[in-house]
Design a protein around this ligand. Structure first.
Ligand SMILES: [Zn+2]
Length: 335
């Protein structure tokens, strides 16, 4: 057989190890020389065919080379460990972006609403989601036998507690502790016992407002709400008031806003009327002021309540309220 040139083999192997660019290359080099059918392995196996003198000499050299290469390969490994992927490491590939969370659309809307009212001198107030009947109904001029309780059916808990159906109880709690004049907005989660569909949920978010002073009138309400809506929708919004009944206000009105899609010209969103129903409002009922410890002969004011979900749906053109609550990332990632 041809003379075994271990010196040349050593030089070749060292070059191969040097050229290796990743763990795969290194593995290939290992197989080429030290694997089952590797060149050095084959030499060691063929020793039996050699004369005793040759066998001793070549065997010793081949074993030394084997150890030498094993050590060399071991030394190169750590440099590649970080990039031990199937693919070759390519420094030009952009790094994988870290996934960070972001704010829920309802949170974005709440913060924006709060900011607009704060700029107009309102304080942001919050209160408990679990209420008792007094704060949720009686104090708001809805006594136990009043049919209006049907409109606000809710979840009743033990000890005569319930999940609040509006954030109005916070208005009473605030009036108990503060003297007029004041202006507050109360954003928060509220609950209704009803079937869900594209426009109804068992819980949603509301923002209520209350402004009380010596001579606060419906004209103040109109100016403030028109300004709020125009800032919120980033376009001139007109409103109109229609007489309506809510137990906690007198007089009460429904507030319509000029359609945000067609600007009042009439389109499918507003059923060709040019107006969109938006919120309930009115002048605070004297009984409500009394329940909050305020003398209705000295003070008067307006109150309103609007669904934050509704405002968000109008702003972002969302057609199903349930999207806010089902955690679908295809929806949430758009914000
Ligand atoms: Zn329209």
């Amino acid at each position: 057989m041809a003379k075994i040139d271990l010196k040349t083999l050593k030089i070749e192997a060292e070059k191969d190890i040097e050229k290796a660019n990743n763990l795969n290359d290194l593995d290939t080099v290992f197989k080429k020389y030290l694997g089952k059918k590797g060149e050095i392995t084959l030499i060691l196996r063929s020793l039996k065919d050699l004369s005793e003198k040759e066998r001793k000499k070549t065997g010793k050299q081949a074993n030394e080379l084997k150890k030498f290469l094993e050590e060399k390969i071991k030394q190169r490994k750590p440099g590649f460990v970080k990039f031990s992927t199937d693919k070759e490491f390519d420094v030009s590939v952009p790094v994988q972006k870290l996934k960070v969370g972001h704010l829920h659309p309802l949170t974005l809307v709440r913060r924006e609403i709060e900011g607009i009212f704060e700029a107009m001198g309102f304080s942001v107030i919050s209160g408990p989601e679990i209420e008792n009947e007094w704060y949720n109904f009686d104090a708001l001029n809805i006594p136990a036998n009043h049919p209006a309780r049907d409109i606000w059916d809710t979840f009743y808990l033990k000890n005569k507690l319930l999940l609040r159906t509006h954030t109005s109880p916070v208005q009473i709690r605030f009036m108990e502790k503060n003297n007029p004049p004041f202006r507050i907005v109360v954003p928060g989660r509220i609950f209704r016992h009803e079937a869900t569909d594209a426009s109804h949920e068992i819980n949603f978010y509301q923002v209520e407002g209350l402004m009380v002073g010596k001579d606060i009138s419906a004209a103040n309400f109109k100016a403030i709400i028109q300004e709020f809506l125009s800032r919120f929708f980033n376009k001139k919004i007109k409103i109109r008031l229609r007489p309506s009944f809510f137990p906690f206000v007198e007089p009460g009105f429904e507030v319509d806003a000029s359609c945000t899609v067609c600007q009042g010209k009439g389109c499918s969103v507003c059923s060709k009327t040019g107006w969109l129903e938006l919120m309930g409002a009115g002048m605070v009922h004297p009984n409500v002021l009394k329940a909050g410890g305020i003398n209705p002969n000295n003070w008067q004011g307006f109150a309103f309540g609007v669904g934050m979900d509704r405002l968000a749906m109008m702003k972002y053109k969302i057609d199903d309220i349930r999207l806010f609550y089902n955690g679908d990332l295809r929806f949430l990632n758009q914000f």
